[in-house]
Design a protein. Structure first.
Length: 235
């Protein structure tokens, strides 16, 4: 199954703020959701998200798969066993050679040298360890919480937004997971990623927008892999 639509869904909210990807991405996303473009168009766009695509490529390369295989996309954004065999040395080489692509050389070298044991190339790594490749985003707890994919239970739904009780990223002498009641967007720039969301659903959240309905297994995987990276970083 092609995972590009799911990866594009997670890419949409930061792109809508101008943090990553190209300006053409929203148009392509709308075209796909209308049925006027296929997943191949999304793949072409996502290859223009250097950090996003480099993580997919790393996980795929280490597992003998393709970047847009569904389980590769799931590994990056939710978390699964494909992350577990990726070594500290592979992550270090990835940061130096791929993630920064020759830019910010001193910063890349420092991050590569200091990769903590147990860190995994889950998306939370980019928010909490790398703290963004781009300099467009403020390095603050609020930004780290927004950038990490979190999830929670829907309390109420309106046409364009929902209220959720979600787990969140906080700081208490180190990163930690907390709880937060939050209003999240269901529609942004004419794009809606979830249909028929209802009270009691579990939903993932990225940059303040509802991305994907989750089952309990995926919810626990997302929270668990985020915690694994928090534990590694805090050590």
């Amino acid at each position: 199954m092609n995972g590009a639509p799911l990866s594009a869904s997670y890419a949409f909210p930061p792109n809508s703020y101008g943090y990553c990807g190209e300006g053409s991405f929203t148009h392509t996303m709308r075209s796909f959701l209308r049925g006027d473009a296929g997943p191949e168009a999304l793949e072409r766009e996502l290859k223009r998200f250097p950090s996003h695509y480099s993580y997919l490529s790393l996980i795929a390369r280490e597992n003998g798969k393709r970047p847009f295989d569904n389980d590769i996309v799931d590994a990056l954004w939710t978390g699964n066993r494909l992350l577990d065999s990726i070594s500290r040395d592979s992550l270090s080489q990835f940061i130096k050679k791929d993630l920064f692509a020759g830019k910010q050389r001193q910063r890349a070298e420092k991050l590569a040298k200091n990769v903590p044991e147990g860190l995994l190339p889950h998306h939370s790594m980019n928010a909490l360890y790398v703290k963004f490749v781009t300099n467009k985003v403020a390095r603050s707890i609020a930004s780290y919480d927004s950038c990490c994919v979190t999830a929670g239970k829907v309390i109420s739904v309106s046409p364009r937004s929902a209220i959720v009780n979600r787990f969140s990223i906080a700081w208490d002498d180190g990163f930690c997971i907390d709880k937060k009641k939050d209003k999240i967007a269901l529609v942004r720039n004419g794009v809606c990623l979830i249909d028929n969301l209802k009270r009691g659903d579990l939903v993932s959240v990225h940059w303040g927008m509802a991305i994907q309905k989750l089952g309990l297994k995926d919810f626990n995987a997302l929270k668990g892999y985020t915690q694994k990276n928090i534990d590694a970083i805090n050590r």
